[in-house]
Structure formats: C-alpha cells, structure tokens
Design a protein around this ligand. Structure first.
Ligand SMILES: Cc1cc2nc3c(=O)[nH]c(=O)nc-3n(C[C@H](O)[C@H](O)[C@H](O)COP(=O)(O)O)c2cc1C
Length: 316
C-alpha cells in the first residue's frame, strides 16, 4: 500500500472521463491496484434529463461498482465556476448526494478551488483530490489552504477540455511541487512507464491518467474508437476549438476548419455538443458525429490491453 491515504497499491488515479468511465472500468482499475473514478454520465447511453435522475443513475452505478470491487473508488465532482454557490449547480449537488449516501470517500474535484464544496466533502469524511482546470500556482496554494489532500498538476498535453494555459506537464508539475506541501499527482500525456518515471523525477508522487485507459478491454469505448487510438500517430490530431484536441477524423477536420476561420471556442464547442460530443463518437462509435478527444502522445499507445496489464506495465 502507498501511504497517501488513497488506500491503493499503486499511486495511480484513473482520470474521470465524461461518458466513458463506468462501473466496469472503475472496478477494474481499483482491482488492479489503482483508484478508479466514476465520471459524469458513467454507465449511461442516453443523456440524463434532470438532476434527480442523475442522482438515481449515479447511485445505481456506484452500487454496480461496489458489486465488482471491494477496493476504494472515487467520483468526479465539478465545482461551480466564478465563485458561485453550490446551490447554482444542481447537477453537482446530485453527484455529491449520491456519493455521500453511498459512503464514498474519494472525491476528484475539478474546476476552481471552492470552499463550500471542500467543506461539505470534509464534513462527510471525504478526501479532496483537487485538479484545477487552469493550473496556476495561486490556485494550487488556495486549494491547499482550503484543505485539498492531493493536488493534480495538469499539463496542456492532456486529453479532454484543455487548460487555458498552454504549459506542458513538464512545466506545471515542478511548479506545483515547489508551491504546495500536499502530495502532487501529475496529469497530461502519461501513457507508459517512462512517463511515470519522468514525472516522479519532477517530484510528483503519483500519476493521474485518462487517455491510456480509453484503449483498454474494460473501457466502455466503442471498439472502432479503441482501434483508432492504437492506429493513430500523435501528429494526426487537430484543434477543433481553442480548448479541445481530437483525432483528425473527417468530421473533426470540419470542426477544425470552422474554428480556424472563426476562432470562436464557445461556438465550436456548442456545435460539437449539439452533434453529440463524446457520446456519439467515443461511446457509440459514430465517427461522423462529435469528436474523439485524446492527449498529444497517443503514438505511444500501441495495444488494446486489459487494465491490469496497463497498470502493471506502468510500475514495472
Ligand atoms: C475522453 C475524455 C473525457 C474527459 N472528460 C472529463 C470529465 O468529464 N471531467 C474531468 O474532470 N476531466 C475530464 N477529462 C480530463 C481527464 O480527467 C484528465 O485530466 C486527462 O485525461 C489526463 O490527461 P491524459 O488524457 O493525457 O491522461 C477527460 C479526458 C478525456 C480524454
């Protein structure tokens, strides 16, 4: 066991990913010695219409995960932006309610450091694993003051919605390590054991990994998408908006061309969302809708493997 309070064998947290981190993947990660984390829309195929349904569906997914593992696992909590009160984010409240009622202890909180959210989690004896969406030293220090137990330093190398600061993992990790005294985990472009060793050399005590888990047997990602991740070289990605990178499918290239003309990130992201976003493309495998978002080093992902094989290979 590592001594970070995670209760895991290895210092690895599976990053929550909208639509594609369900009970099966999360339990596989926890059973293999990491911390699995349920993301938003975990286990769903259709959009959930309201917060009440989110609470009910998330409760069911937590129970399903518990049936598959006796090890700890966590849940993704997105904080309200711009210092708004928690009451303005009914979907976040629904996720918290489900997690508290089921006695979860590991909360992967993403966004801005948010006192009300941190306090509520602490009142429920939870651990705050905080990932600032935009990684700055000030935000990391504020999170530590507010009680974060672990802080994740994310480089622009990552998959998903990118930080608006274009600093790579090699820049952000040592900055955070110098700035805070709580353990720092590294995120962004960590696809194999060499990257694990590299971020450990920078002072990170653990890794926070998303993209690599997409190409695993247990991930609820469409088979054609898993294969595409394995077959695509790193340079065959495009920016489909100012903060989203995607594999350069013909559809992604259409988004990229529009974005290159307009430079309007919000409009591009809205269009991608209207077309089905990650659900249509990554979950259902409809490559002519939405995008496949990945990190900028997918060329090093060469095989679809089991979660157990991936985690063992990271710490070989
Ligand atoms: C397909 C995909 C979906 C993501 N969805 C979310 C999300 O819903 N919430 C979140 O906090 N981060 C999300 N992220 C970001 C990851 O949690 C994590 O920061 C990132 O994957 C780490 O970098 P890596 O992909 O290079 O391993 C997503 C990333 C990917 C690749």
């Amino acid at each position: 066991m590592n001594d970070l309070g995670l209760g895991t064998q290895y210092p690895i947290i599976q990053a929550p990913m909208n639509w594609v981190t369900d009970a099966k993947l999360v339990a596989a990660v926890s059973n293999a010695g990491g911390l699995g984390v349920l993301g938003t829309n975990a286990g769903q195929r259709e959009v959930t219409p309201n917060p009440k349904q989110v609470e009910a569906r998330m409760t069911a997914e937590i129970q399903k995960t518990k049936a598959l593992t006796s090890r700890p696992f966590g849940i993704n909590i997105l904080t309200p932006g711009d210092g708004r009160a928690l009451a303005t984010s009914p979907y976040t409240i629904a996720m918290l309610k489900a997690a508290f009622a089921e006695g979860l202890r590991h909360f992967v909180v993403v966004g801005q450091a948010h006192q009300e959210t941190f306090d509520l989690i602490k009142q429920h004896h939870g651990m705050v694993i905080f990932r600032p969406l935009t990684p700055s030293v000030q935000e990391a220090q504020l999170a530590e003051q507010l009680g974060a137990d672990i802080i994740v330093a994310t480089g622009h190398d990552e998959g998903g919605v990118l930080p608006n600061r274009e600093a790579g993992t090699f820049t952000v990790v040592p900055e955070f390590v110098d700035a805070v005294s709580v353990p720092v985990f590294a995120a962004g472009g960590i696809n194999d054991h060499r990257a694990v060793k590299a971020v450990q050399a920078l002072g990170a005590v653990g890794v926070y990994v998303g993209t690599r888990f997409l190409a695993t047997e247990e991930a609820p990602v469409a088979d054609n998408v898993k294969q595409l991740i394995v077959d695509t070289p790193s340079q065959a990605t495009v920016m489909v908006s100012g903060n989203q990178r995607a594999i350069a499918t013909p559809q992604a290239q259409v988004y990229a061309e529009t974005y290159a003309e307009t430079h309007d990130t919000s409009a591009s992201n809205r269009q991608i969302g209207r077309d089905g976003g990650l659900r249509e493309s990554m979950l259902l495998g409809h490559l002519d809708h939405g995008i496949i978002t990945v990190n900028n080093g997918i060329g090093t992902i060469k095989q679809i493997q089991s979660v157990h094989e991936v985690i063992e290979s990271f710490f070989e």
